[in-house]
Design a protein around this ligand. Structure first.
Ligand SMILES: N[C@@H](CCC(=O)N[C@@H](CS)C(=O)NCC(=O)O)C(=O)O
Length: 228
């Protein structure tokens, strides 16, 4: 089966699927498009007009990163999802949580005006702090953890693939302008560091990704670059 992932190079949702494909060592091609000038062929095949889309054998098109990742996970075994229904449901819930945090992060990176910037930052950091406390607490999924390095302990899961793009951007932003509330999240940062070292995560973005992201932020007039 031929797999073509349709991408925008800076998109964290595409990155979720690239990580999953690389982790599972599944051959695929990557087609980048310009989201500001969407090609007609893309508009025709993408029901929501968003990347990622996964085209199978030039025929069927899947869309939505969580759906694409679950399809890849079920098709190219072994699975990265827990085998039991409750932990699997919790993993799906945290993947959805991660998607919301990615959107908050995007809002923070591109907010125009101090009020919007403050609101987006507040929403993002409240989520990150909640995640930090969940990792240390008595939530049901914690019982499966064996002290890291990943979300569910020793085994890399789809939660790791889904959150690594968020963490990669947090570290890049923190390097551009110190973010004390991120710095304070010890467990998340240890988890992030483990993820960012993995070849499937490091190789999921173009070379010089931090510089590309910084250029994008600069074009967007990001308030994060104010003191950079
Ligand atoms: N829920 C979607 C979100 C994908 C998404 O927002 N992609 C952005 C780029 S990062 C996009 O294609 N935006 C184009 C648009 O909204 O027109 C997923 O998980 O795949």
């Amino acid at each position: 089966m031929r797999l073509e992932l349709i991408s925008f190079p800076l998109c964290p949702f595409v990155q979720r699927s690239v990580i999953t494909l690389l982790h599972k060592q599944v051959p695929f091609t990557l087609t980048h498009i310009d989201l500001y000038h969407k090609p007609e062929w893309f508009v025709a095949i993408a029901p929501l007009g968003k990347v990622p889309c996964l085209r199978l054998d030039d025929d069927v098109v899947l869309f939505e990163s969580t759906v694409i990742n679950e399809y890849l996970d079920e098709t190219f075994l072994p699975t990265l999802h827990p085998s039991e229904a409750l932990p699997r449901a919790l993993h799906r819930a945290w993947i959805a949580f991660g998607a919301d945090a990615i959107l908050d992060q995007y809002q923070m990176m591109t907010a125009q005006g101090d009020e919007r910037f403050a609101a987006a930052s507040r929403q993002l950091f409240e989520k990150l702090e909640r995640l930090e406390h969940t990792l240390g607490g008595a939530a049901p999924q914690e019982k499966a953890r064996s002290g890291g390095p990943f979300f569910a302990g020793e085994k890399f899961s789809l939660v790791d693939a889904a959150l690594a793009p968020l963490f990669m951007r947090m570290e890049i932003l923190h390097a551009l302008r110190p973010l004390p509330r991120w710095e304070a999240l010890g467990k998340l940062r240890r988890w992030a560091a483990q993820l960012l070292e993995l070849p499937e995560v490091a190789g999921s973005v173009m070379p010089d990704f931090p510089e590309h992201l910084q250029r994008y932020l600069s074009e967007k007039g990001s308030l994060l670059l104010r003191s950079a």
